[in-house]
Structures are given as structure tokens and as C-alpha cells.
Design a protein around this ligand. Structure first.
Ligand code: IDP
Length: 137
């Protein structure tokens, strides 16, 4: 089942020079394709749309601040079961609980600064792709 998903390499990944490492893991999965890619400073307005489901939670404000603290990489990945697959590569939200071998498990320690975002369903993916790549069909 070919799908597409929205991935963000968060500002900590860019600051720490982990973009190549993380993109490499995604690129090496057989049959997956990166169909859009952009390094950009995320504006608050975009982040408010992206994280709308978390408004009012205690971690929301610091999360938006962190996500706007430096450039991030936004990309769209297409391929077989890519929504589930990129989330498996990323590992669970808390990097300490994430298994070694996963991106968060290998490189993270802080829940907020967990390196990568990946859409969690087909509906989220379509919503998020529209936010970051409005020109994409
Ligand atoms: P996910 O990114 O693993 O799907 P979500 O629950 O959607 O996790 O949370 C969005 C982002 O908010 C997380 O990736 C993380 O950066 C941050 N976050 C989630 N829960 C906490 C928390 O309890 N403390 C600090 N930051 C959090």
C-alpha cells in the first residue's frame, strides 16, 4: 500500500548535524522516495496549525518555541507503508524509552528535543502535507 507522510527533522537534528544520518536511514528503506524537501525556519503560525491538537497541554508552548528556535527540514516521503514505517524508524516519543537502533533511541535524551516528527495516520499526513507543502497535489 503506497502512502505518503510528512516528516520534520526538528531544530535539534539540524543543530547537531544529524540531517544526513537521519535522511540516510529513510532513503535506504527499499522503494521509499523523498518527493519534497526543504530546509526552513518554521514560523509560529505554521507550528500552531501543525500542533493544533496539543493546544492547552503543558508542553505546548515550550514545544512551539523549540520548533521555532532554528531551521528545520520538512520533507514528504512516499512508499510502501511509509506512515507506520517512518514512525518505527523514529521510535516512541520519549527517546530514553526508544529502542537503540531507532533514531530517537540512538540520538535523543530529551522528550521535547526528540529529533524527528512523522505523521501518525493517513489523515494526519494529508493535513500536514498541506500545511508544509501547500503546492503539492
Ligand atoms: P510524537 O511526535 O511522538 O507523535 P506527540 O504526542 O504528537 O508525539 O507530541 C508531539 C511532540 O511534543 C513530541 O514529539 C515532543 O517533541 C513533544 N512532547 C510530547 N509530550 C511531551 C512532554 O511530555 N514533554 C515535553 N515535550 C513533549
Amino acid at each position: 500500500m503506497s502512502q505518503r507522510t510528512l516528516v520534520l527533522l526538528k531544530p535539534d537534528a539540524v543543530r547537531r548535524g544529524l540531517v544526513g544520518e537521519i535522511l540516510g536511514r529513510i532513503e535506504k528503506k527499499a522503494g521509499w522516495t523523498i518527493s519534497a524537501l526543504e530546509l526552513r525556519q518554521l514560523e509560529r503560525e505554521v507550528l500552531e496549525q501543525h500542533y493544533a491538537e496539543h493546544v492547552g497541554k503543558p508542553f505546548y508552548e515550550p514545544l512551539v518555541e523549540f520548533m521555532a528556535s532554528g531551521p528545520a527540514v520538512a520533507l514528504v516521503v512516499e512508499g510502501e507503508r511509509v506512515i507506520e514505517g517512518v514512525r518505527a524508524l523514529a521510535g516512541p516519543t520519549d527517546p530514553i524509552a526508544a529502542a537503540p537502533g531507532s533514531i530517537r533511541g540512538d540520538f535523543g535524551t530529551i522528550v521535547r528535543e526528540n529529533l524527528i516528527h512523522a505523521s501518525d495516520s493517513a489523515e494526519s499526513a494529508e493535513r500536514e502535507i498541506k500545511i508544509f507543502f501547500p503546492g503539492l497535489a
